[in-house]
Design a protein around this ligand. Structure first.
Ligand code: ADP
Length: 366
């Protein structure tokens, strides 16, 4: 089994003309972890992963793979000397080589005899479920099969680092799920460190040991998936990883890690890491799982976390129904119930404090 690279990026900047792709980006990734970098389109993910691969060069800052500084100023180690392999969104197979030849190509620089190469290629193709397709050319393979060849090609040479640039984006949902599991399994078996970029939060949560959230070329939060979900450090991270509602109000009471917010006659209690004073303006962000229906004869009064509303929409989700509910203070989506509530029905919603997070609102809502 391979020993993975650690990755250290220090204050990396990269601009394309007036466009800043990396804006003082830093991260410290331990060896043998599966890290997913998650961010919206244009946040600098590709630029970063391409700089780590050596396909791009950063303008300032430095990149270490293990103990080796691979890029800083005039230091720029060639991609093939970085002991890594990359899987691209568009597969990037050699069209004139068969599946087996594409995989074997990755072993070209290893001084292995033909017999050994042949065996490793066959074993690897077998592992990705393409034992029978070694003689096919890329155009004779489906998109999913081509990406499996690319995965086999990346893993076969046992590099210390595997880089994935949105490898599932061109595949349809069912295949994406299966290939995601194969990537997770084979990468972890290989012992390599994995760095994977995506704009898809569900993919990030499913794959990662650690998630880094990117925003405008810098790292907003780097943490376990659980912490990213339960303790997002900023409203941006919370929004990008899934919300069921956003409310604005004033602080009426602030205790340790819990704040009570007046929305304008109804109250919400939410978790927070901030210290608030009375009357501070805050936004309360709800995770999609935060809200449930109570019986309509529930008295609201000034009890926090109870809101009156009306069902605006309902969608069947197999396990039950998700509802979009309008309240006087804003909409709440994804209110789940096994029973369907008809559009237009009045309802009472209870908001779970554990899935509600309060942030200061000093500037306009992002
Ligand atoms: P992401 O992968 O998160 O979508 P990118 O790293 O591709 O982000 O892009 C970051 C920013 O840099 C974007 O504004 C993008 O338009 C710009 N950019 C990326 N590559 C180039 C390039 N080769 N030439 C000019 N601008 C680029």
């Amino acid at each position: 089994m391979t020993t993975g690279h650690s990755i250290k990026v220090k204050h990396a900047t990269k601009s394309y003309g007036a466009l800043t792709a990396l804006n003082g980006f830093s991260i410290d990734i331990k060896a043998e972890k599966f890290t997913v970098l998650l961010g919206p389109s244009g946040s600098g993910k590709s630029t970063l992963i391409r700089s780590i691969a050596g396909i791009e060069k950063i303008d300032s800052g430095s990149i270490f793979l293990g103990e080796n500084e691979v890029n800083r100023g005039s230091i720029n180690v060639a991609p093939e000397k970085r002991n890594l392999a990359m899987v691209f969104q568009d597969y990037a197979l050699w069209p004139h080589l068969t599946a087996a030849e594409n995989v074997a190509y990755a072993l070209k620089r290893r001084k292995l005899d033909d017999h050994k190469v042949g065996k490793r290629v066959r074993d690897m193709l077998e592992r990705v479920g393409l034992g029978e397709k070694g003689a096919n050319y890329p155009h004779q393979l489906s998109g999913g099969e081509q990406q499996r060849v690319a995965l086999a090609r990346a893993i076969v040479a046992r590099p210390a680092l595997l880089l994935f640039d949105e490898p599932l984006s061109n595949l349809d949902a069912d295949l994406r799920e299966r290939l995601r599991i194969e990537i997770a399994t084979l990468t972890r078996e290989s012992g390599a460190t994995a760095l994977y970029i995506t704009h898809d939060q569900s993919e990030a949560f499913a794959l990662a040991d650690r998630i880094g959230v990117l925003r405008s070329g810098s790292l907003e939060q780097y943490d376990t998936p659980e912490n990213i979900y339960h303790n997002p450090s900023t409203p941006f991270v919370a929004r990008f990883t899934g919300l069921g509602g956003t409310f604005v109000g004033h602080v009426v009471e602030s205790a340790k890690s819990v704040v009570t917010v007046d929305l304008g006659g109804s109250f919400l209690q939410a978790r927070t890491n901030e210290k608030f004073k009375k009357k501070d303006l805050v936004e309360v962000l709800l995770r999609p799982t935060a809200s449930k229906f109570l019986t309509t004869n529930t008295k609201i009064g000034s009890t926090p976390n109870l809101l009156a509303g009306k069902v605006l929409d309902t969608a069947y989700r197999g396990r039950g129904y998700e509802h979009l509910v309008e309240t006087k203070f804003g909409p709440i989506s994804s209110v789940f119930d096994l029973k369907q509530r008809a559009r237009g029905t009045n309802c009472i919603i209870e908001v779970d404090i554990q899935a509600s997070m309060a942030f200061p609102l000093t500037k306009k809502v992002e």
